[in-house]
Design a protein around this ligand. Structure first.
Ligand code: FEO
Ligand code: CA
Ligand code: CA
Length: 753
């Protein structure tokens, strides 16, 4: 039932690139990423004994009876992650290519918040035909990481509120081809330069964050139109720079000559929720939105050329959407980071604009009057999620993070401040963020072949950073802006694209998804290819139809156990919890976790432990197994680091040599400890996960269904590669839309039971 790839795409997707390599290699890796994400084979529907996404019930726009964002501190309950019922008792959902959301029998999944949905009474319902405007008051595009913040019945902040709350979420990007976000525009928009201002304004506005109130009436959840909590944050919003980089010369721009603020947030991917109740958002593939002139190296003539290259902006780089061509207004000019002005400090142009992107951003979702802050002490890279250590009174807090590009690194930040119980319910949440996130130490992970590892501090006191000749660091702020270069200097371990991370609340162990790496090979050539090592031990070929997927196409999940000092430890042990693979693949070389047909997955990306049930939820963003199944979400009950065994993988090189790689494989899952829970619509990625504190309602995001739909077919819905969610009864028009879905259990039980 599979059919050959029938899509030819020519534009470049700026997601998930790597920038270790030379200019030509960089271009090739962008193309490779594009191909791996886009060349999905499509097939017919798979029928199964699963509940199909049901009628939509009430869509958006329920009542509006909230009383506004009063800030009333309330106790934060910390229910133990101990289940009283049997978990993973549901029947596994089969793999599927159907253009629908499939969940287990006994569960219901319903779209409630899709691209373009109105957040305000004055903004009309979304027509979904390219004529809509006012996106500053609508849901953004490419819903990604998301966190739930509870409200009381009367609409005041209440962490334990399970029937009414706020969803804060990231809008990572927009579905595009040939520059244009074609689903946003009549006839697909303008696919050449210059881009019209009106199109640019729409595309900018669908990026950033959104906050939307949600409320349960009876058993039905809906968003609350015109709630006082509803808001959008876009790439044009005022955001403060906080931490070591604030006021530094590296972030001086025409917009902020004092280097203290930044215009907006961009390509927001993973999330985190702080122990004091704020929302954290990671800026991921932001670099590709900026253009840089062909002769800018000579114009600059300083070390910024090295930094720009390391972050993927060689001179002559073109931008993802051409937003810099929208007009002469400053809001368009800022997307061209060439040195243009005569000033010595950059206060007359946007040569330093790129240094304002790439951080963890903190927002108080309850209070729109509080200024959003970029927490620069956590470093600058392609951020994913930010996962906190389990807070312990009197101990420092750790924030675990990853840098999602090929061959990039795993990081942790350790606060200087030690945890106070009262800070779980502060009167000023953003001030509490200042306390824990603006001063501390940033570390990068170095993993050894014996199953141990070290956290290496990135600071001016590190002799390797002082002595680094490729880039001369000036101070701590320079390290926080150019974190990748600092991590290079200390010899950190290059990983297979670190995506989300999460801390197991039961034992504090840290799980990282390593989504895939096409540049892992037994016969490396050039600077961007790497041989397998213990922590990234697989290099193999997986066939997708007739197309060979090389490297580590299915990804794995690594986990760490901190050594002495817990959150502040400088050493750890590790093993590989799971290897992604097709269930039929060789279990001695590829399917090392012996996944069955009910468990097999490829390219893990989102990962989060439920604080309520303790279930580890795993979500995929795949391009390798998509000839067989759409992306999915699995439920897992993992063991712990060291519960499996050491294994040695033996490779033969093309030169006839041998390579033996020791690795550590976690205890193999059983039908009771790993099971597929959901499969998404055609072309979508499953991402973002949060629950109500009773564990009975789950919200996840369906990102970019139908993203391979060509702009040439914009007026022919029969040629859309997905029509979700309209085909499930949600909203006007047939253009596919990213959307939040709500999942409940029909018997009122907890999700995953
Ligand atoms: Fe936006 Fe690396 O996921
Ligand atoms: Ca395959
Ligand atoms: Ca991703």
């Amino acid at each position: 039932m599979n059919k050959p790839n029938d899509l030819v795409r020519t534009s470049l997707n700026a997601d998930d690139i790597e920038s270790h390599a030379s200019p030509s290699e960089h271009f090739n890796t962008i193309l490779a990423a594009r191909m791996s994400r886009r060349n999905m084979l499509r097939g017919g529907a798979v029928t199964a004994a699963t509940a199909i996404m049901g009628s939509m019930g009430l869509s958006a726009c329920g009542g509006s009876d909230n009383v506004g964002p009063a800030v009333t501190p309330t106790p934060t309950p910390t229910p133990p992650p101990v289940a009283t019922e049997k978990l993973l008792a549901f029947a596994a959902v089969p793999k599927s290519l159907a253009d629908q959301v499939s969940v287990p029998a006994g569960y219901t999944a319903t779209a409630i918040y899709a691209l373009g949905d109105s957040l305000r009474a004055a903004t009309p319902a979304y027509k979904n035909d390219g004529t809509d405007s006012d996106f500053e008051n609508r849901a953004g595009d490419h819903h990604d990481g998301m966190e739930y913040f509870g409200l009381s019945a009367t609409g005041t902040p209440l962490a334990s509120g399970a029937d009414r709350g706020i969803l804060a979420m990231n809008h990572e990007a927009t579905t595009d081809e040939k520059l244009s976000s074609h689903f946003l525009h009549v006839n697909g928009g303008t696919t050449s330069l210059p881009r019209p201002a009106a199109e640019v304004d729409k595309e900018v506005a669908v990026h950033g964050l959104s906050v939307v109130e949600v409320k349960k009436t009876g058993t039905t959840w809906a968003t609350v139109n015109d709630s006082a909590f509803n808001r959008r944050v876009t790439p044009l919003s005022d955001i403060e720079i906080s931490g070591p980089v604030r006021g530094n010369a590296l972030v001086v721009t025409k917009y902020s000559p004092t280097g203290t603020k930044m215009r907006g947030t961009l390509n927001n991917c993973g999330t985190g929720k702080s122990p004091w109740g704020t929302y954290l958002s990671g800026e991921e593939n932001w670099a590709g939105y900026f253009a840089r002139g062909a002769a800018d190296d000579a114009a600059r003539g300083d070390k910024s050329v090295v930094a720009l290259k390391r972050y993927g902006r060689n001179q002559g780089s073109t931008s993802r959407h051409g937003w810099e061509t929208g007009g002469t207004d400053d809001k368009y000019a800022r997307w061209d980071i060439s040195k243009k002005g005569a000033s010595a400090d950059g206060s007359d142009d946007y040569r330093n604009e790129l240094n304002g992107m790439g951080y963890i951003v903190e927002m108080d979702a309850y209070d729109k009057t509080k200024v959003i802050r970029k927490r620069t002490a956590l470093g600058r890279y392609a951020h994913e999620s930010a996962a906190f250590s389990v807070p312990a009174v009197g101990q420092q807090l750790a924030v675990y993070m990853g840098d999602d590009s090929r061959n990039e690194y795993i990081y942790k930040f350790v606060s200087n401040a030690t945890w106070l119980a009262a800070d779980a319910n502060p009167t000023d949440r953003m001030a509490t963020g200042d306390k824990y996130l603006d001063s501390g130490k940033l570390y990068v992970a170095k993993l050894a072949a014996d199953g141990t590892g070290q956290w290496i501090e990135l600071s001016m006191s590190n002799a390797l950073i002082q002595a680094y000749t490729a880039y001369k660091f000036a101070d701590l702020a320079d390290i926080m802006v150019n974190t990748r270069l600092a991590a290079d200097a200390v010899g950190a371990t290059k990983m297979d694209r670190p995506e989300w991370c999460s801390v197991n609340p039961a034992n504090g162990e840290i799980y990282y998804t390593l989504t895939n790496n096409s540049n892992r090979t037994v016969n490396p050539t050039g600077s961007s290819q790497l041989a397998p090592d213990s922590a990234n031990p697989r290099a193999y070929t997986d066939m997708k139809g007739t197309s060979a997927q090389n490297g580590n196409p299915n990804g794995h999940i690594i986990r760490f156990k901190e050594g002495t000092g817990a959150a502040a430890a400088t050493s750890f042990t590790w093993d590989v919890y799971l290897f992604g693979a097709e269930s039929g693949a060789d279990s001695s070389k590829i399917n090392l976790s012996s996944l069955t047909a009910d468990q097999d997955f490829s390219s893990p990306d989102g990962l989060a432990f439920s604080p309520y049930t303790g279930i580890c939820w795993i979500q995929t963003d795949d391009g390798a197994y998509t000839d067989v199944t759409n992306c999915m979400m699995l439920a897992a009950i993992p063991g712990k680091v060291g519960d499996g065994a050491k294994s040695t993988l033996n490779y033969t090189t093309t030169a006839g040599g041998s390579l033996a790689v020791d690795t550590f494989i976690g205890k193999k899952p059983t039908a009771d400890t790993l099971k597929r829970f959901l499969v998404g619509p055609a072309g979508s990625e499953i991402t973002g996960i949060t629950e109500t504190p009773d564990g009975k309602t789950m919200f996840i995001n369906i990102q970019h269904p139908g993203e391979t739909t060509s702009v040439a077919n914009i007026n022919d819905p029969t040629k859309y590669t997905s029509q979700w969610p309209s085909n499930a009864g949600y909203g006007a028009g047939k253009r596919p839309r990213s959307a939040t879905i709500v999942i409940t259990k029909n018997d009122g039980g907890r999700i995953g039971s």
